[in-house]
Design a protein around this ligand. Structure first.
Ligand code: NAD
Length: 249
């Protein structure tokens, strides 16, 4: 029996990295999946790669009009959503002393404002028993040089999971955060490092991971499937770390 048979899911930022890997596993487990992203060409490529039970809708999470259009389309086409994986997020390097207002606004608008309004605008479509999963990060509770604005957004995301668990308790809707560790994805290409610097970064991180290696998007996706499915029916309000032990020691 597939773990998500007959469920309808939304994955924001589902055309790349962790979101794309999760979309693939959701569909393989029997779900019908909406994915979003800002770039139509990447969305089309993701939809083609998955093939069936997948629908791409171009939408920027930080743009509330885009979100309204997204949920109007989902309502019209499927009528409801059983699973929301609020995954879209970005990180950029900016040491304290060089943080600009533009950097702050961009990272908070996508990672915090966009995630908040994704979930809030999804609520009318969620039946009792739905599952909301928020993509946080080990940086929700661990410091990283030059990454403080990103870390602050992920601490906010973790806090949302705690508070929304209470706001949604009458509707029996579960809200959990997932916190990946170091998982190389196309998103790492946006950090402003060249190939050699990127490889040095990954190697330097692996040393501090008890399993001795970085993770893969598929390993995060498997944990998201767990939180989306009835296998986690009594799991609520948690932060599930999938980090090879990096932030646990
Ligand atoms: P990625 O760049 O491969 O994917 C990010 C996705 O978000 C892309 O599909 C992108 O199009 C989308 N996106 C970005 N801004 C958007 C916007 N304004 N509106 C809609 N979509 C937007 O990166 P990833 O590593 O797969 O990251 C996915 C999530 O996982 C992020 O929230 C990130 O913070 C989190 N995370 C990643 C890691 C890691 O090591 N990769 C670790 C911890 C947390």
């Amino acid at each position: 029996m597939n773990k998500l048979e007959g469920k309808v899911a939304l994955i924001t930022g589902g055309n790349s990295g962790i979101g794309l890997a999760t979309a693939k596993q959701f569909v393989a487990e029997g779900a019908y999946v909406f994915i979003t992203g800002r770039r139509q060409a990447e969305l089309d490529a993701a939809v083609d790669a998955i093939g069936e039970n997948i629908r791409g809708i171009q939408s920027d999470v930080s743009n509330l009009a885009d979100l309204d259009r997204l949920f109007a389309t989902i309502k019209q086409e499927q009528g409801h959503l059983d699973v929301v994986f609020a995954n879209a997020g970005v990180g950029e390097i900016a040491p304290l002393g060089s943080i600009t207002e533009e950097h702050f606004d961009k990272i908070f608008n996508i990672n915090v404002k966009g995630l908040l309004f994704t979930v809030q605008k999804a609520l009318p479509l969620l039946p009792e028993g739905a599952s909301i999963i928020l993509n946080a990060s080990i940086n929700s509770m661990k410091g990283v040089p030059a990454f403080s604005v990103y870390g602050a957004t992920k601490a906010a995301v973790r806090s949302f999971a705690r508070n929304w668990t209470l706001d949604l308790k009458e509707r029996q809707i579960r809200v959990n955060a997932i916190s990946p560790g170091v998982v190389p994805t196309p998103g790492y290409g946006l950090l402003g490092l060249n190939d050699q610097q990127l490889q040095e970064f990954v190697d330097s991180q692996a040393i501090n991971i008890p399993l001795g290696r970085v993770g893969t998007p598929d390993e995060i996706a498997k944990a998201v499937v767990f939180l989306a499915s009835d296998d986690s029916s009594f799991v609520n309000g948690i932060e599930l770390f999938v980090d090879g032990g990096m932030a646990q020691i």
